[in-house]
Design a protein around this ligand. Sequence first.
Ligand SMILES: Cc1ncc(COP(=O)(O)O)c(C=O)c1O
Length: 458
Amino acid sequence: MKTIHYPEGNVLLRNLSKAYPVCTHGKGVNLFDTQGKKYFDASGGALVTNLGHGNEELAAAIFEQIKKVAYVNGTQFTTQIMEDAAALLAEKAAPLGLNKVALLSSGSEAVEAAIKFARQLWVDRGFPNKHKLISRTPGYHGNTLYALSASGRPHYKKVYGPLISSVLTVSAPYGYRAPFTQSTETYDEILTEYHAKGADYYAQELETLIEKEGARTISAFIFEPVSGSSTGAWVPPQGYFKRVQEICKKNDILMIADEVMCGAGRTGKFFASEHYGLKPDIAVLGKGINAGMLPASAVMVKQSDVDQMKRASGGFMHAQTYMQVPSLAATVHAVLKFLNTHAVLEKSHAVSEYWLQELKRNILPLHYVGCVTGIGHMAGVEFVQDKTTRAPFPISKKFAAKFAQHAQDQGIILWPNYGQADGVNGDLIIMGPSLLMTKPEADECIGLLKNAIETFNI
Ligand SMILES: Cc1ncc(COP(=O)(O)O)c(C=O)c1O
């Protein structure tokens, strides 16, 4: 089998026009197909495989648990592995002050559970009018219907309009397209302006919205501490979260940090929130806490809030079949233990600094490249038609999708995204290689990306 192209086979393929290579195995940063072709997985799929492919230590630990007991229902039992996984997560979440864990499967599910937790908490505290959610545009929180409603991606919602719930939105920090950076010219000037003016600009927008809607009706504010594929890994401007935290506190609005993409060590700290001294009321993890082994996600909350629920309604009213499941707990436990025993974050720092610096040096000057952003092992590259005016390509060109396909043909896997410039147009790719990537592999990654850009013609 060389490739699969719709309508071959019985899989409902994600893209009905693409010829899919058939992946046989992976090792470290590389994937291989049936033709023996090697691919550098620079995006870890969708920023999932944080600890590389073919990680035998993780596989063995998970297998051991599955042999003992793979599944019990969270209403009937807890298990030692679940207790151990939760204890390790609580240790990591100590700087955020969160210590109770609901283990679920996907990021979308965990986001939905987090939003429900916030809402129930307000009912249990005696404020049933607090139900509205504020999210940011561009932003992404998942593809189930409420998580999609909360996602600032207008183009994803088009078809599902009648099923989408109303959610309030403010702008996500995004220096390249922020109105107050448009008169600057160089990339360094954009960054200077962004960090000088960003916190005030975005805080003002949030305050205005809260005033208009009435704090007494708002339950929570959901955000990605470091934006993921929606903006291409833009970090917040200096002082942003200090202001946002003050505003939420003053108005009794709960903060939900969606760390599905930026958490689990992706940005160099276990929680991206830690970079900004952020203490959210609820944090959501996914992707990296399972490293692609089995689909595990987590909602983390404060014991004092759970105590409140116990007193008022008895407990969190949320139930899913795959909640607190031993096989998924074993996955999270194995990943966290691996991070600890191999001092992954401590060691990954030098490589990520080098990788980001070399990415900027090598990729920013290339044609089509508007900006290169990132933190830790997470980087974005935005493509534009005109580097001076920052004009994006029209969406009809399908730049991001075609470029990612070209890059895959050239042997590097990237995660494309589009629509971020104005809700319709805009093209970027995001990268999130294994945290175990070596310096020579970082060079290889940059070389492959550079080659893909230089050989691409739209
Ligand atoms: C920030 C963020 N939240 C939530 C999700 C949804 O996670 P999942 O695709 O596992 O449902 C994603 C997925 O990309 C994400 O990046």
